[in-house]
Design a protein around this ligand. Sequence first.
Ligand SMILES: Cc1cc2nc3c(=O)[nH]c(=O)nc-3n(C[C@H](O)[C@H](O)[C@H](O)COP(=O)(O)O)c2cc1C
Length: 221
Amino acid sequence: MGKQVWKPGNMLYPLPVVMVSCADKNGKTNIITIAWTGTICSNPPMLYISVRPERSSYSMIKETGEFVVNLTTKSLSKATDYCGVRSGRDVDKFKEMKLTRGKAEKLTFAPIIMESPVSLECKVVEVKELGSHHMFIAEVLAVDVDESYMDNKGKFRLSSSDLIVYSHGDYYNLKEKLGTFGYSVKKKGKKQKVNSKQNIQLKKKNLTWVNANSHKKGDKK
Ligand SMILES: Cc1cc2nc3c(=O)[nH]c(=O)nc-3n(C[C@H](O)[C@H](O)[C@H](O)COP(=O)(O)O)c2cc1C
């Protein structure tokens, strides 16, 4: 069994698929579905989205320097798909998909999508004109989380929101949990205590230990 060598292309999958909400300075709002996105820095928290200049959202984000990355779920999959095949030039996507605009805490123009479990309010710090897509590098100024995913101990249960991802043209949800970060080095049957040797190894691998029972808030990479 060998490997076929293909011409260069985009085969980095799976990817998050997000709904990015934005607005122009006159208050016209829009939503664009984006898969070319990712986290690029922990401190300060930063992410990127890559957008083709011909998208109607592009000029809005360029004009205001603001956008909101809204995570998507199975129940939002139709809206996610719709916002990725219709242009804001022709339709009001908030209205058509019955989505609710919410006021962002730290932004002036771009709204959050209230139906999304997590909305990341972003301020553009740099635009890289790469080719077909321009990359908006942004700092995350606030994270809005849906209170209905908080359990009675105050932990945020993101997994219960049924998030979706995008892989090679298809949408999927995350059905099976394989383990918690670090589970493969955890001793079976024992409550894990990380000894200094393990800690050094984790540090070498640039990982931070997260206890299986601890809050994911400390999930730093
Ligand atoms: C799953 C999916 C992922 C997409 N990812 C991107 C992307 O990363 N960048 C981009 O410019 N367009 C992407 N698109 C296309 C835009 O969402 C689409 O052209 C949209 O209609 C543009 O809307 P607008 O003109 O209102 O901005 C994606 C579409 C889908 C369905």
